[in-house]
Design a protein around this ligand. Structure first.
Ligand code: NAP
Length: 250
């Protein structure tokens, strides 16, 4: 099979690429840093196509799909994304716009277009990288948390539509807590908890995706957080989340 992975130049995306390559899948790797993608391609034992692209450009998801027309894609990993710490009125609008373009709009466009192809062929896997942020409100990272909730809800809705139509297409949302990647530097946060290694998260992601698991939450801590959050009144949860976020301030 051929896998298209966005955000493959670093962290979780790079480790998912390594794993899928080790399983013999051909890869199409996307990110802005071409040199990083080429370095990765050189170490992998399978044919790799490197596609440098900035997914924050308007319509970037659809443009990428059109660029790849004629290439069959069997696995779509929507992984590219970033966060930005700060009070809502202090995070620049341009950065919010770029974040929503990468984390939400490009993911939506690629999902829509490949999902439609996959449904027609009645085969294919989509792995949308959300976050445990999707389960919680996120003061001080408001746009990021809200965007990840979109990714989770979109994926859940598609899962049910697929199930009811008896389709063999599989969709999953990956919802990790803190992971040791370049994410925290980009977002301007310092995680208070030691994050999971990204290769471990990638392993859980690939295993869950091929099993058709709807929501993949690596590690026990975040499973417990997700479970516990269901029993707290919204306003208590908000206060707890505020304190948890405040501790991430760099
Ligand atoms: N690390 C965590 O704690 C954590 C937890 C939960 C969820 N996640 C999610 O996991 C995903 C991967 O993040 P990571 O932790 O692996 O962080 P990372 O090491 O910073 O990797 C982010 C990837 O996204 C790509 N990217 C960012 N902006 C882009 C743009 N405008 N166009 C194209 N590609 C872009 C980056 O490539 P270039 O810079 O080369 O473009 C890079 O490959 C993200 O969706 C993130 O929200 C991370």
């Amino acid at each position: 099979m051929t896998a298209l992975i966005t955000g493959a130049s670093s962290g979780i995306g790079r480790d998912i690429a390594r794993l899928l390559a080790a399983q013999g899948h051909e890869l199409i790797l996307v990110a802005r840093r071409r040199d990083r993608l080429e370095q990765l391609a050189a170490e992998l034992p399978v044919p790799v196509t490197v596609v440098p692209a900035d997914l924050s450009e308007p319509g970037a998801g659809e443009a990428l799909y059109r660029r790849l027309e004629g290439r069959q894609v069997d696995i779509l990993v929507n992984n590219a994304g970033f966060g930005a710490f700060g009070l809502f009125e202090e995070t620049p609008l341009a950065r919010d716009r770029a974040m929503l373009a990468v984390n939400v709009a490009a993911l939506h466009e690629l999902t829509k277009l490949y999902y439609t192809d996959f449904k027609r062929r009645d085969a294919g896997y989509i792995l949308n990288v959300a976050s445990s942020a999707a389960f919680l409100p996120g003061p001080l990272l408001a746009e990021y948390y809200a965007g990840k909730a979109y990714v989770l809800r979109l994926t859940q809705a598609l899962y049910e539509e697929l199930r009811r139509s008896g389709s063999h297409v599989r969709v999953s949302a990956l919802c990790p807590g803190p992971v040791r990647t370049e994410f925290d530097t980009t977002a301007g946060v310092t995680f208070s908890a030691r994050g999971l290694p990204s290769d471990k998260v990638a392993r859980a992601a690939v295993r869950g995706m091929f099993r058709g698991k709807l929501v993949i939450v690596p590690g026990l801590t975040m499973k417990l957080v997700r479970f516990g959050a269901r029993f707290l009144p919204d306003k208590w949860l908000l206060r707890l989340c505020w304190h948890a976020q405040k501790r991430k301030e760099s």
